[in-house]
Design a binder for this molecule. Structure first.
Ligand code: M6R
Length: 614
């Protein structure tokens, strides 16, 4: 989604803004722009396309001198990508400049009112209404004008605002779109996300909903929409800037795939507590804030998420139901929020989100809380809205994930769900000590096993190179293998732009099998011993129609080589944990197909890292 960066202080603003915007490129965008107060007026430059174009246009910011500035990378929602629709947007006289993330839902009505008052619009965006409304309400006091405007708009916003009359201040405001502000000795910063300012400061404030900040070179004040001052605590960011750099890898996605063993250990270790000499570790999830008795009272779990986080949730359903015998429903957040879900007494809601800012997931969280249910968030970004609004938050310690296609955060989500399932099973007395100990040992082996799988990258790359021209690729599997298929297929299509679908293997013959032609690649997941024979039958069905089958199966299952054309094996683990291993060759496959096709792997077209609009 769009990115915002702003700076005010002793340094030149434009180079800092450009540098920050470059750190937010991963969020996805199609145009960029910047407004800087040059000592007498606000100067604005915008350019469709990559940020490089804006950088060249302004010679790295040199042609835009000034110590206060705001910048934006736009992901088009209202109006096509163009110079005109790019932000910042200004009032007619160019004395107020605004950058905005989010959507102003009542903008058509507001625009009509402004047009009736004689305001002329030059763009098709919803944002431009904000610039003109600020102009309308501005009578010399920017804060007053901002709060008046924000009382009248509906929807979501993160804003950076510059007034030519008050160049010593940059204003920021937020509702349902992420925004942080930060400080160092030289000045104050605003940004959509921490990596944009990490080079300059580690002291940041997470803005809350319906809050306004006034940033000066020497301090920041926060206000409510009623204009009352608000006290806020700063947060010290403890991950370093290197975590958000490529560290020699060709792409962030590859780097993040390679970080998966560490990510899993970091998510696992703090929740495994030594239970004494000779004893296997106990699972302790303090963040749950629930006693064993309260956990026993949970009668049903609703998992709600989007995209890959939803796919992790589908796996979670199989594992929670299988291990802990709790009924689980999994919903896409965009569906859940509007279907008036029936949550019975004893229901618990788990929302899963890497960014912690996904609009639909956030709405599902609020809907559940409004109905009086406890919500547990499984979230990666520390301090994000979902993490703060959930009743309890289980962090996945994956660190910053930059590539739009998630890999390490997804893997960490799986581990969080395994831990929960085992915890529930344990307190309900379902798991014998023996079975529990074996599961713990299998969990602890996952990081090393992922290393082994990553070491096979050349073989997968070689295979991937044969499919650079594929038109359609299908992923099939049953049970947990179906959940793996969903994620394998999404990884491939989102970064390689090859059409791909995932099907429950048993469902193929109800229609989809008609799409199989001579040579169509079918990736068959077969990691679940109890379902092996059934999946083999489905493999034979597609092979009989000419498919080329790549199987992903358990080590030792040599029989699969006879029914498939190419097989990849995963090391031995408990079938409940197979997803964590089987997804690795699928991530590598998607990555190498995308690289081979010359795609922009880290920033696939039309996609955004954090989807903060519906
Ligand atoms: O930040 P979230 O986990 O809430 O994001 C959910 C989806 O937008 C995300 O998983 C998306 O599907 C990714 N592009 C998948 O790689």
């Amino acid at each position: 989604m769009c990115g915002i960066v702003g700076y005010i202080g002793k340094e030149q603003a434009a180079p800092i803004v450009l540098d920050g915007l470059a750190k937010l490129e991963y969020r996805g965008y199609d145009s960029a722009g910047m407004a800087v107060f040059d000592g007498s007026e606000i100067r604005t430059r915008k350019a469709i396309g990559r940020l490089k174009i804006l950088e060249n246009l302004t010679r790295g910011g040199e042609t835009m001198p000034g110590v206060s500035g705001i910048g934006h990378t736009r992901w088009a929602s209202h109006g096509a990508p163009s110079d005109r629709n790019a932000h910042p947007h200004t009032n007619g006289t160019g004395t107020i400049a605004v950058v905005h993330n989010g959507i102003i839902e009542n903008y058509i009505l507001l625009k009509k009112k402004l047009q009736n008052r004689g305001y002329e619009f030059v763009s098709e965006t919803d944002t431009e209404v904000l610039a003109h409304m600020l102009d309308y309400y501005y009578k010399g006091n920017p804060l007053e004008a901002i709060t008046k405007v924000l009382h009248r708009v509906e929807g979501a916003y993160a804003l950076g605002i510059l007034f030519a009359d008050h160049p010593e201040v940059i204003y920021a405001a937020r509702k349902d779109s992420p925004l942080i502000v930060g400080r160092n000795e030289s000045g104050s910063f605003i940004a959509s996300d921490v990596p944009a300012v990490l080079k300059y400061t580690r002291t940041v404030y997470y803005m809350d909903n319906q809050e306004v900040a006034a940033l000066r070179g020497d301090g920041i004040c926060f206000y409510s929409l009623d204009g009352e001052m608000v006290e806020k605590e700063s947060v010290n960011i403890d991950w370093d800037a290197d975590a958000a750099e490529k560290a020699g890898y060709e792409h962030f996605m590859l780097k993040e795939m390679y970080e998966q063993p560490k990510t899993i250990s970091d998510t696992l270790s703090p929740r495994l507590q030594n239970a004494g000499a000779g004893k296997v570790e106990e699972i302790v999830i303090e963040e749950l804030n629930m006693t064993d008795e309260e956990l026993r009272q949970v009668k049903k779990i609703h998992i709600v998420a989007c995209g890959s986080a939803y796919h992790a949730g589908v796996t979670g359903k199989y594992v929670l139901e299988g291990l802990a015998r709790i009924p689980v429903e999994v919903d896409l957040a965009s569906e859940f929020r509007y279907r008036d879900p029936i949550l019975e007494e004893g229901s618990m809601v788990i929302v899963i989100s890497q960014s912690g800012e996904t609009a639909d997931t956030m709405a599902a969280l609020r809907e559940s809380k409004a109905k009086g249910y406890q919500v547990l968030g499984i979230v990666n970004v520390v301090g994000s809205t979902i993490a703060r609004e959930a009743d309890a938050c289980l962090y996945t310690w994956a660190g910053p994930e930059i590539a739009v296609a998630t890999t390490k955060a997804y893997s960490a989500q799986l581990v969080a769900l395994y831990l929960l399932a085992m915890k529930f099973a344990r307190v309900r007395g379902i798991l014998s000590d023996e079975a529990y100990e074996a599961l713990i040992e299998d969990l602890k082996r996952i990081p090393d096993q992922i290393e082994q799988l990553l070491a096979q990258k050349q073989t997968i790359q070689h295979f991937a190179n044969r499919y650079l021209g594929a038109k359609d690729i299908f992923f099939i599997g049953r049970g947990i293998d179906y959940a793996i298929s969903l994620e394998g297929s999404l990884k491939l299509k989102e970064i390689s732009y090859i059409h791909s679908e995932a099907y429950a293997a048993g469902e193929l013959k109800h229609g989809t099998i008609s799409l199989i032609e001579e040579g169509t690649l079918v990736v068959a997941l077969s990691t679940q011993p109890a379902l092996y024979q059934k999946t083999v039958s489905n493999i034979q069905e597609v092979k009989a129609r000419g498919a080329f089958v790549m199987a992903v199966a358990n080590e030792g299952n040599r029989a699969i080589e006879k029914v498939s054309d190419y097989a990849v094996f995963i090391p031995e683990t408990n079938p409940y944990f197979a997803n964590s291993l089987a997804i690795i060759p699928l991530q590598l496959f998607a990555y190498y197909v995308a690289v081979g096709r010359g795609c922009d792997v880290d920033k696939p077209r039309n996609l955004a890292k954090s989807v903060t609009i519906e």
